[in-house]
Ligand binder design. Structure first.
Ligand code: HEM
Length: 278
């Protein structure tokens, strides 16, 4: 006879005095108070929740990238592979979230779009922090936050810090590659300008594609992160074209064409361009 399934907690007398330990840890009851829709349209709920899920992923991915950055700075390349692998997997989860918005036609979106006012993901401070970690830096994009003192102060501090890519390029220099001083001491508040010396360094790294080569493994882990991030941008554009067409965005941009320009800023540029020379 098959054994009866074991209940997780058989003693139904057990009760928690204040809150359940699960809630103390996960704060689920707080999370479930944050879905404050602004229209009567039932479809808005999934737009709001997916936006919140993506925000949480932005924060998580940035956390992993910064952890990887710290380890690279300390020359712990093997250790950095772990948070990078996690970042790549979180990006996959983030990207999968777009699927649950595919029900939305222009008419569905129009039912609540007007009520979003000027609200746009463009104003996500955490997305900008994530971009900074990836090496995408633009002071213009943080100007809209100027009046929110604390948010702006954090963004201003963060944009001046080296990105993960800056730390990786510094590592290449420490490993004997001749990287020009102007690349190593560049203005951190701007996008990294691709440099032929960095490209050459990657060509050399890829000449030894074996599991003992930590730099090659690092390059592949970064490639995965860069690719998955590009996928997010592409999937976003597709969602925009599907629901909005070429109409202007709620933040006042030209919409899809603005996003295409934003997508053209490459992440980890020399990791891609170096492939032409391999
Ligand atoms: C299908 C619904 C969506 C539409 C039509 C849409 C539309 C747009 C548009 C037109 C822009 C350009 C700025 C503007 O003028 O608003 C933008 C930027 C942005 N949106 Fe969305 N969006 C959608 C869903 C989302 C979701 C769910 C998120 C997740 C939080 C998001 C995050 C962002 C971010 C981070 C940017 C800035 C991108 C960059 O700087 O390259 N969007 N969106």
């Amino acid at each position: 006879m098959a054994a009866a399934p074991v209940a997780v907690q058989e003693d139904d007398q057990i009760q928690f005095a204040q809150s359940a330990p699960y809630d103390e840890y996960v704060h689920a009851s707080t999370l479930h108070t944050l879905q404050r829709t602004i229209s009567d349209d039932a479809g808005e709920m999934s737009f709001l929740v997916v936006s919140q899920i993506m925000e949480l992923y932005f924060g998580l991915i940035r956390f992993e990238l910064r952890e990887a950055q710290r380890l690279v700075r300390d020359d712990e390349v093997w250790g950095a592979l772990e948070p990078l692998r996690r970042a790549g997997l979180h990006l996959e989860g983030l990207n999968a979230s777009w699927r649950t918005l595919r029900w939305m036609s222009p008419a569905d979106f129009n039912r609540f779009r007007g009520q979003l006012g000027e609200a746009s993901g463009f104003q996500s401070a955490m997305y900008r922090h994530m971009e900074f970690a990836l090496g995408l830096k633009s002071e213009t994009l943080i100007r809209p936050f100027r009046r929110q003192r604390a948010v702006y102060a954090q963004l201003t501090r963060d944009i001046r810090e080296p990105s993960l890519w800056d730390e990786v390029v510094a590592l290449l220099a420490r490993r004997g590659n001749d990287i020009p001083a102007e690349v190593l001491e560049r203005d951190r508040t701007r996008d990294h300008e691709p440099d032929p010396a960095v490209e050459d360094a990657w060509v050399r790294v890829y000449a030894e594609p074996n599991p003992g080569n930590d730099l090659w493994l690092l390059a592949e882990a970064l490639t995965e992160v860069g690719e998955q991030f590009s996928d997010w941008r592409y999937l976003h554009l597709k969602a925009v074209l599907r629901t909005l067409g070429d109409k202007p965005g709620t933040a006042g941009s030209s919409g899809a064409s603005w996003l295409r320009r934003s997508m053209a800023r490459p992440v980890f540029p020399e990791l891609w361009s170096a492939r032409t020379h391999m």
